[in-house]
Design a protein around this ligand. Structure first.
Ligand SMILES: [Fe+2]
Length: 309
C-alpha cells in the first residue's frame, strides 16, 4: 500500500467511465487492444502535421472573441502582434483562475465562437488535416474546446490530472486533434504519453478509469509512472498534433510565465465506425451523446490522400 500524498483541496471528483455490462465491455476491451487505423501508420499513436497560420488566423479570431466579450482591449493585443501568449498582461486576473473543470473564465468565453471560426475550423480539418492523415473522411466534433491556461493561475485542481479522454466517456475509435495557438513547451505544453506506454498503463488498471482517476491524485506510484511516461509535446504555431484517443495526457499547471492557448477536437473516421455497437456518452451533467449527428457532425469532412510525416 503506497503512502498517500497530501492533496490540495480538490473539486468533486469527475464521474469517470467504468464499463461492466458484458457485451459493452467486450467491445470496449477489443477496441482498447486492437491496432487502430492511426496506430497502423503511426505506432506511437502521434502524428504532427503542418498548416499555414497566416491562412488560418485563429489567433486573430480568438482576440476578436475575447474583445467582443469585454475581456481585453483588442487594440492592445493587436499592438502585441496578436500574440496570445501575452494574454495574461491584458485579461483581468478574475478571468484567469481555473474552475472545477480546469477552464479559465477566458476559455469559457470561447465556448461559443462565431460562424467565421467554425468555417475556418472545418476548412482546416477538411482541407489540411484529414487529407494528410489518410484515414478517409471523418465526422468532426461540431464545437472544438478552447483551453486557456494563464501562468500561475489559481485554482488548478489537485495534482496534474493525467487522463485519457476515454475516462470522460469518449469513444476509443476517436482521434484527437490538438491545435496550439502559442508555442507549447515545458508546462505550457500538453504532457503526452505515447500509445504503447498508455495502453500498458490502462491495461494494468483493467480499464477501471474511476480507480485510475482517483489514483492520479492519491497514489505516488501511479503519479511517478505518469510523470515518467508523459513528456511535454513541443509544438509551434502552425503545427497540429493528431493522436489516438487512447493516449494518456494532461494539461499541467502553467509555470512558464506565458499564457497557453489551444483548441482541440475529436474526429471519428467514417470507415472505422462500421460494425461498432457501443454508444458512448459524456460523464458530465449533460451526458453528451458522442454520436454522429449529435456531438459529431452528420456529414463527414475530408478526403483520403497521402500520409503525413
Ligand atoms: Fe484530454
Amino acid at each position: 500500500m503506497p503512502d498517500l500524498i497530501p492533496t490540495p483541496p480538490a473539486p468533486m471528483a469527475p464521474d469517470y467511465a467504468t464499463y461492466t455490462e458484458p457485451a459493452f465491455r467486450a467491445e470496449f476491451v477489443a477496441d482498447m487492444t486492437r491496432v487502430s487505423p492511426l496506430q497502423r501508420q503511426h505506432p506511437s499513436g502521434l502524428c504532427v502535421l503542418d498548416y499555414d497560420p497566416t491562412e488560418f488566423d485563429f489567433r486573430a479570431l480568438v482576440g476578436d472573441a475575447l474583445a467582443a466579450q469585454g475581456l481585453l482591449d483588442r487594440e492592445a493585443l493587436r499592438q502585441r502582434g496578436d500574440r496570445l501568449e501575452l494574454l495574461h498582461e491584458l485579461v483581468d486576473p478574475v478571468h484567469q483562475a481555473h474552475d472545477a473543470s480546469q477552464q479559465s473564465g477566458a476559455a469559457r468565453v470561447l465556448y461559443e465562437m462565431p460562424a467565421a471560426f467554425t468555417a475556418l475550423y472545418e476548412r482546416l480539418l477538411g482541407d489540411v488535416v484529414l487529407p494528410q492523415l489518410g484515414l478517409g473522411p471523418a465526422h468532426a466534433q461540431r464545437t472544438p474546446t478552447f483551453r486557456v491556461f494563464f501562468p500561475n493561475a489559481p485554482g488548478y485542481p489537485g495534482h496534474t490530472s493525467y487522463h485519457s479522454d476515454l475516462m470522460l466517456g469518449h469513444n476509443p475509435r476517436e482521434v484527437n486533434v490538438f491545435v496550439p495557438l502559442v508555442a507549447c513547451d515545458r508546462t505550457r505544453a500538453l504532457q503526452f504519453a505515447e500509445l504503447p506506454e498508455s495502453l500498458a498503463l490502462l491495461a494494468d488498471y483493467d480499464y477501471d478509469f474511476a480507480r485510475f482517476g482517483r489514483d492520479t491524485q492519491l497514489d505516488p506510484t501511479l503519479i511517478a509512472r505518469c510523470q515518467r511516461i508523459c513528456q511535454p509535446l513541443r509544438l509551434e504555431v502552425g503545427q497540429i498534433a493528431v493522436f489516438d484517443s487512447r493516449c494518456v495526457h494532461a494539461g499541467p499547471a502553467n509555470r512558464t510565465g506565458q499564457t497557453r492557448v489551444t483548441f482541440d477536437a475529436r474526429v471519428l473516421p467514417a470507415q472505422d465506425l462500421r460494425g461498432q455497437q457501443n454508444r458512448y456518452h459524456g460523464r458530465g451533467r449533460r451526458r453528451a451523446d458522442f454520436a454522429v449527428g449529435a456531438y459529431f457532425g452528420a456529414e463527414p469532412l475530408g478526403a483520403p490522400s497521402t500520409a503525413c510525416r
